[in-house]
Design a protein around this ligand. Structure first.
Ligand SMILES: C[S@@+](CC[C@H](N)C(=O)[O-])C[C@H]1O[C@@H](n2cnc3c(N)ncnc32)[C@H](O)[C@@H]1O
Length: 314
């Protein structure tokens, strides 16, 4: 069962590029901040002697499967169920040689028939990666946020041009006492609200579902602080590798790394720098690495991946 899940559900994205830039050496210690099903971690532990990994994921289901998959590495892997915004608390005083973050949703989550990440299965509209958390589900957000805020989320995070129409219909439904509770109800509402061109390849609800998932899990809000924490927990010459799947996510990574690499973001009219730019890292990827055609043919979910990496200077 485990073998099927890990082999079929999640092929580690940009694996060769990740290993090249994380550049593990014997006896080094790494954080895998998005352990998922442990694909990247397994490759590090299997291919690089005496490396150790501290694996973090907020999803208890993923944690259980990853533990089983990585059991054979014994004490070389330690696993924690936590949000990566809590990485510094998890590590305490420990400094590490590398941090890996493969952001976004896992296949385990996306292919779940019950957790509400996908319109392919009719399920309660939940979408929380940490299903044990006391945080709002997607259905709860749609039941409480203003029409304006719902439209903003769908437009900004989903780049959906019919966002206002979708938000209006969501709010009209809840005013009739029929709030959206399931993936099926939302997918149908979106389908009726948007006009699609003949060339559109994706399902009409794709953008709206993606936007809601990002909002439910606060994926963009916590990213800049996490990147700063990642650099903070590195030893001198430690490496940080991050894989994103969304243009807004990549923009935050790019700009945060540029700031940490000493780029001044002051308005050009200021006579001198006041943003306090200090060079803490060297960027190792001038442009983000993207999957080869072969990788996207074999694993279409790698399609939008972008990898950026840096090295801590001191
Ligand atoms: C794309 S998957 C990682 C897959 C993994 N690299 C592998 O090869 O199996 C992303 C994982 O990150 C986790 N995740 C996303 N955001 C997180 C956060 N803020 N804190 C902890 N885990 C997070 C998700 O629960 C998911 O399991």
């Amino acid at each position: 069962m485990l073998k099927n899940i890990t082999e079929n559900l999640h092929k580690p994205v940009l694996l060769a590029e990740t290993l090249q830039l994380l550049n593990p050496q014997a006896d080094e210690i790494f954080v895998d901040a998005t352990l998922g099903l442990g694909g990247h971690s397994e490759a590090i532990l299997a291919d690089f002697a005496n490396t150790r990994i501290i694996g973090i994921d907020q999803d208890s289901e993923a944690i259980e499967l990853a533990k089983e998959r990585l059991e054979r590495f014994g004490k070389r892997i330690e696993v924690f169920q936590a949000n990566f915004s809590e990485m510094k608390q998890v590590l305490g005083d420990v400094k590490v040689d590398g941090v890996l973050a493969d952001l976004g949703v896992s296949s385990l989550q996306f292919d779940s028939e019950t957790r509400g990440f996908s319109f392919r299965f009719d399920a309660p509209l939940d979408m929380r990666m940490d299903a044990d958390a006391d945080t709002e589900t997607a259905a709860e957000l749609l039941a409480t946020l203003s029409e304006f805020e719902i439209a903003r989320i769908i437009y900004e995070y989903g780049e959906e041009k019919f966002s206002r129409r979708i938000a209006r219909r969501i709010v009209e439904r809840r005013m009739r006492g029929e709030p959206i509770k399931t993936t099926g109800e939302l997918a149908e509402l979106v389908q009726k609200s948007v006009r699609r061109g003949k060339k559109d390849k994706i399902h009409p609800a794709t953008r709206t579902f993606q936007a809601l998932r990002i909002a439910v899990n606060r994926e963009l809000e916590i990213l800049e602080d996490f990147i700063r924490d990642a650099i903070n927990v590195l030893k001198k010459d430690g490496r940080f590798v991050v894989i994103t799947f969304h243009s807004l996510e990549d923009r935050i990574v790019k700009q945060t790394l540029q700031k940490l690499a000493g780029k001044c973001f002051c308005p050009p009219r200021l006579p001198q720098c006041v943003c306090g730019a200090v060079k803490e890292i060297e960027i190792l990827t001038r442009k983000p690495l993207v999957p080869s055609e072969q990788e996207t043919d074999e694993n279409p979910r790698a399609r939008s991946a972008k990898l950026r990496a840096c090295r801590k200077l001191n």
